[in-house]
Ligand binder design. Sequence first.
Ligand code: ATP
Ligand code: MG
Ligand code: MG
Ligand code: MG
Length: 575
Amino acid sequence: MRARSFFISTLKEAPADADVVSQQYMIRAGMIKKLAAGVYTYMPMGLRTIRKIEGIIRDEMNRAGAIELLMPIVQPAELWQESGRWEKYGDELLRFKDRHDRDFVIQPTSEEVITDVARQEIKSWRQLPVNFYHIQTKFRDERRPRFGVMRGREFTMKDAYSFDRDEAGAAKSYDTMYDAYCKIFNRLGLMFRAVRADTGAIGGSRSHEFQVIANTGEDVIAYCPESDYAANIELAEASSLLAGREAATETMEKRATPGKEKCEDVAEYLGIPFTKSVKSVVLAADRTNEKGEPLPAKIVLVLLRADHELNDVKAGHIPELKEGFRFATDKEIEAAFGSKPGYLGPVGLGEDVAVYADLTVADMSDFCCGANEEGFHYTGVNFGRDLPEPKAMDLRNVVEGDKSPDGAGELKLQRGIEVGHVFFLGTRYSEALNATYLDENGQPKVMQMGCYGIGVTRIAGAAIEQNHDDKGIIWPDAIAPFEVVICPMNYSKSEDVRNAAEKLYRELQAAGVDVILDDRDMRPGVMFADWELIGVPHRVVIGDRGLKTGEVEYAARRHLDEKVMVKVDEALDFI
Ligand code: ATP
Ligand code: MG
Ligand code: MG
Ligand code: MG
């Protein structure tokens, strides 16, 4: 590629609303352009990186035996109603109507559609196992789109879905994907960690997140350097709260109305994971009169910890609520509380809870309010039934220096960016959509499923968070928009320089190197600054002075001050 025939557009300053380095550099380097909150155009420079990320993912998915298809972005509501997620997904699901007044969604993920494909196409045990994937645009109406492509609303995800005859088969499919993910993130050139993740109400231990290590990450990971133990702290914290149950009860008794259930109990009862990502959950209980006729939904409010986003909770991590309960719609919330759901925003300590309690007491009943051992307040609702004891979890407290649950050493904490997620689904969707196959004895059986996501566009941001300096991006070779840039000095004036640059350019191209020749004829300082910002990992500078002794200058983007003079004839081999 020649710079003149390409499109390069760099900026000196990042816009004021760019809040992390990756976002600032991607905008300044002309890789992305903001269209609306969380919605970006991938400019030519950025698209090259995205395509390379997709290429590596596609390659490893194919190697692992997954089969590519392409499911629509627009999906009919009926399938989502069938799975129950139409009600449960909440505001992150973008819904709209067509001209015939039929409901549709823009897919945030594709479990429903793929299960619909499977139930039509897979008839016999002979067709299993099978793993379908696609790389497709997603839309999640994130409450707080931020960090550029890392938490966009429109973004690209690779999502795969495995179908197996039984749990053992599904476990194997899961392991195959886990291994493929390790290969993918290695090839992408990223420092990452696979960590145990919260399986929420699905239960079981089979859920791992792939976390790119970076200080700006939104997640916190507990890991043990002496072993391969690692977990997302969301999970660890949940258990630490359970471990600290007695202390919590004590604190609570000081403040709470006696005799009422604690929020964790309510959460457990409803099948909501009591984790740090649970901020507040508004539920509706469906009611009927004695004749079985529907009554207006009874709104109940469960308020948990105050850290993350409501939509995280609504978004699929809680596939099943207890029968009779569902998430309240925005309209219902407004009607019940007299304020828009946005009002349920940041929840702090005491006073806020009191507000909610007041609001809710008018509507409810039995209400309680308390605080856990960290002083976070929570409120819960007494459903008038016996609540089960929370299930024991296999994790301990996660203060740095604590003993690792596997006993191998002490735990350390670090921040990470979730770039991939593998999840054993069991029959959550296959049962709801009745996806069955006939086994060897001709008996219908429900398929066992797994789902596996990778945030293609988020990876670009995560790679930058991990690889940058004060001049700009330092791309890992595999996903750099270009691997090598040739910077000729006085390209138009010096024939020697031009000839040497053109020759090296042709040689590198012939050798299959993704090279760009900067023929823009710019002042050296401006030209260097551009490529340092864009982050091309290898740079060759060709000037008259070097050519006098038959040399060009090479520098790696990561070590710009370690310049090496290389013989012109050896430049190709050297690079
Ligand atoms: P998060 O916890 O960051 O909200 P998630 O757990 O909701 O992510 P999954 O449903 O597991 O996301 O989706 C699979 C992958 O898609 C994630 O691991 C992440 O890499 C990517 N992803 C999810 N949400 C976004 C987003 N808003 N913008 C960009 N990528 C995203
Ligand atoms: Mg999310
Ligand atoms: Mg997550
Ligand atoms: Mg996830």
